[in-house]
Design a protein around this ligand. Structure first.
Ligand SMILES: Nc1ncnc2c1ncn2[C@@H]1O[C@H](COP(=O)(O)OP(=O)(O)OP(=O)(O)O)[C@@H](O)[C@H]1O
Length: 227
């Protein structure tokens, strides 16, 4: 549908495995993500979730098939164009958040905005507002090492949303958190997503969490099927 913010069709991907030939990980993945939809991606370890998220996030290219972001086909686009779309339209959260340790929580959210051409004043205001939405106003000037795991992960969500992406892609974002903290981070995500039209594709092994999202898709035999 034209209103899709992220669309994958017939996406395939294989990796070479030395002498042993190749492993076909994705065999025709179809996905339509609409604005405001939060979709869980579940699959056993090794099924290809990270591969799929990397392709959806324009960090890797499929062997065949199409990826569209905001209706724009990405196939055959230059690296420069793909990077521009990735910066403007996509946000990422990883299990291990990769916050920059030498910078404060606020700076971690400000820097990606400066890289995207936003003025410092605007970037600071956005960082402040995002951190306030996840209850971290009092932690803005702390460095990651002075924050708890849940706090760091909330900062990572804010950073992913710093440039107001259309789509958030998250790989096991609550995997290293205890259940209470994981709930807290998830609630923060839903709060941030609500009303902004942000769509999210979230890989998780946590089936309780998955069940609270709008839809659950399972990666099975290299394809996505409703769970
Ligand atoms: N660069 C690569 N070269 C060769 N094989 C790879 C490469 N990346 C991934 N694979 C293989 O592709 C398959 C899918 O890997 P992927 O990391 O996408 O799975 P996953 O579902 O994210 O797993 P997990 O839940 O354990 O993170 C695995 O068999 C993996 O070994």
């Amino acid at each position: 549908m034209s209103e899709a913010i992220l669309e994958l069709s017939g996406v395939t991907k294989a990796y070479k495995r030395g002498e042993a030939g190749e492993v076909q990980v994705l065999r025709g993945v179809d996905l339509v993500l609409k604005p405001g939809e939060v979709v869980a991606l579940v699959a056993p370890s090794g099924a290809g979730k990270s591969t799929l998220l990397h392709i959806a996030g324009l960090l890797d290219t499929p062997d065949a098939g199409e990826v569209r972001v905001g209706g724009q086909a990405m196939q055959g686009r230059s690296d420069r164009r793909r990077t521009a779309v990735r910066r403007a339209d996509l946000g990422f959260v990883y299990q291990f958040h990769h916050l920059l340790p030498e910078f404060t929580a606020a700076e971690n959210i400000i820097l990606p905005q400066l890289a995207n051409g936003v003025s410092r004043t605007e970037a600071e205001a956005r960082a402040e507002s995002l951190l306030a939405r996840v209850g971290l106003s009092q932690r803005m000037e702390h460095r990651p090492a002075a924050l708890s795991g849940g706090e760091q992960q909330r900062v990572a969500f804010c950073r992913a949303l710093a440039n107001s992406p259309r789509v958030l892609l998250a790989d096991e974002p609550t995997g290293n958190l205890d259940p209470g903290t994981s709930d807290q981070v998830f609630a923060a995500l839903m709060d941030l997503a609500a009303g902004t039209g942000l769509g999210a594709l979230i890989a998780t092994h946590n089936l309780d969490l998955a069940a609270r999202m709008d839809r659950v898709l399972r990666l099975e035999g290299g394809r996505l099927v409703p769970a």
